[in-house]
Design a protein around this ligand. Structure first.
Ligand code: FAD
Length: 432
């Protein structure tokens, strides 16, 4: 049964969330930009904690988690609908307890962590009291895990980690790190890497630089270059089994990628809203911008592009809930990841263009969105790599033609059809 309707009770919650984000949360983006991953000061706590409390009372806190972990167990589809609302604002994911990269990190600790690890790291993470960082990419290569060199070597009951990690988002404010390292260089990277959980203040964890994205001030970035210098951790810091890192990474990144896509819908819709308001407000060369055909084409293309993307994301979220297996939905998650940067880029660019000079100033958010689109083509893996995944998965459903000619070659098909219906063709010929 196909059904594209949201049940009335949940729609009422979404409507509440929509007004709440616009009125109560978006102002935080303006007074405390880029501070959402910084532990709350006493002053900020006075503002943010009551907002989180309202979300909890509405039953919308960390909805994707099961009740045992403090959520509602709503699953990915309902999270997608909520994330469309949340995607408008930088602070909203924090206020609703579903911010990346913490959601993905929480997911793998919930899945693979020991009871002690869950108590120490997962509980406070889910309560929104601390932040986490995922430390996988290395300076010499991110897209290809076989390039990773950072290693952990067993020493008695401990492991000793050495190497460099790059672009570990939020490491400068995170309470703990999840680091992916080589533990057995003699087997393939897919079996020879492991993950460790460790507090960020463990001796030997040196944050050398906090790299900023374009437009951020030097040294105010949040993507850490980390030198792990003889970092000693106990064996109990191992997450999942030895050699399990690659499998764990796939679990983590599957969820993370689709959550970004959900929020992108909200952000792109915000750009469309701004574009439409502008073209109805601005008159030039004798008519409103909304009367110009090229501008109408911008609106139609943006609407259609977002609608296609939204249906794709919602369907993929539905598949994740149905199969509860990221691997099975891998093709569609990768396809969503491929499409996402282009959708946001195109829509934000058109919205920027119709705003004229104002569009490219720091008084409007469009260039931030365009940069965001570029980031989406890299973070969680470059578009090219995801295209390869999609193509490989699609090709699995096909096999080569065992003939010189393709199986749809018309002369052969026509001959076969003629042979099959020869009797009737003869009758027809005879009656003419
Ligand atoms: C904002 C942001 C946040 C991030 N957060 C984190 C984080 O928290 N933790 C973390 O570990 N990492 C993080 N990353 C790193 C991210 O995962 C890597 O940037 C990504 O995997 C690409 O690795 P790379 O930058 O080393 O590029 P490379 O691997 O060097 O790739 C560079 C380019 O080469 C091309 N290319 C690469 N492989 C292929 C291929 N197979 N086929 C065709 N072309 C190819 C693509 O054009 C690609 O963009 C983040 C990145 C960004 C931008």
């Amino acid at each position: 049964m196909w059904d594209f309707e949201t049940d009335a009770d949940y729609q009422a919650q979404l409507d509440w969330a929509d007004a709440f984000v616009r009125d109560e949360v978006e102002p935080l983006d303006l007074i405390w930009p880029h501070l959402q991953f910084t532990p709350l000061t006493e002053t900020r706590r006075k503002v943010v904690d009551p907002l989180k409390q309202q979300v909890r009372e509405k039953g919308l806190w960390a909805t994707h988690l099961g009740p045992d972990l403090g959520g509602q167990g709503y699953g990915q589809l309902k999270l997608a609908l909520l994330n469309e609302v949340i995607g408008r604002s930088q602070w909203a994911p924090i206020v609703f307890g579903c911010q990346a990269p913490d959601t993905g990190n929480a997911e793998i600790i919930a899945h693979y962590g020991t009871p002690e690890q869950k108590e120490r790291y997962l509980r406070p993470l889910l309560d929104g009291e601390l932040f986490s960082s995922y430390s996988m990419t290395e300076p010499q290569g991110g897209a290809d895990p076989t390039q990773f060199k950072t290693s952990a070597v067993r020493d008695g009951d401990d492991w000793v980690i050495n190497g460099w990690k790059y672009f570990s988002s939020n490491a400068n404010t995170a309470a703990f790190l999840i680091v992916m390292v080589v533990t057995n260089p003699d087997v393939s990277a897919y079996q020879g890497m492991s993950m460790f959980l460790l507090p960020t203040d463990t001796p030997g964890v040196n944050i050398v630089r906090n790299v900023g994205l374009y437009g951020e001030r030097e040294n105010e970035g949040s993507h850490a270059l980390i030198h792990y210098d003889n970092v000693r951790v106990p064996h109990s810091a191992l997450l999942g089994g030895e050699g399990q890192a690659f499998v764990i990474a796939q679990t983590r990144l599957g969820g993370g990628r689709i959550h970004h896509a959900m929020r992108t819908i909200g952000l792109a819709q915000k750009a469309i809203d701004m574009m439409c308001e502008r073209v109805l407000s601005r008159e030039t060369a004798g008519s409103l911008l909304s009367d110009k055909q090229t501008v109408q084409s911008y609106i139609a293309d943006s609407y259609a592009q977002l609608k296609q993307f939204r249906l794709m994301v919602l369907h993929t979220a539905w598949e994740i809930d149905k199969y509860n297996d990221y691997k099975r939905v891998r093709k569609d998650i990768a396809a969503v990841k491929v499409v996402m940067p282009t959708v946001l880029h195109d829509i934000a660019w058109r919205a920027m263009q119709v705003h004229g000079a104002l569009g490219v100033t720091n008084e409007m958010p469009f260039l931030g969105m365009v940069t965001g689109a570029a980031v989406m083509g890299l973070a969680d893996g470059p578009t090219e790599v995801h295209k390869t995944t999609v193509a490989k998965q699609v090709l699995r459903g096909y096999r080569a033609s065992d003939d010189l000619w393709p199986s749809e070659w018309l002369p052969r098909k026509r001959d076969a059809a003629r042979e099959r219906f020869a009797e009737y063709l003869e009758l027809e010929a005879g009656s003419q």
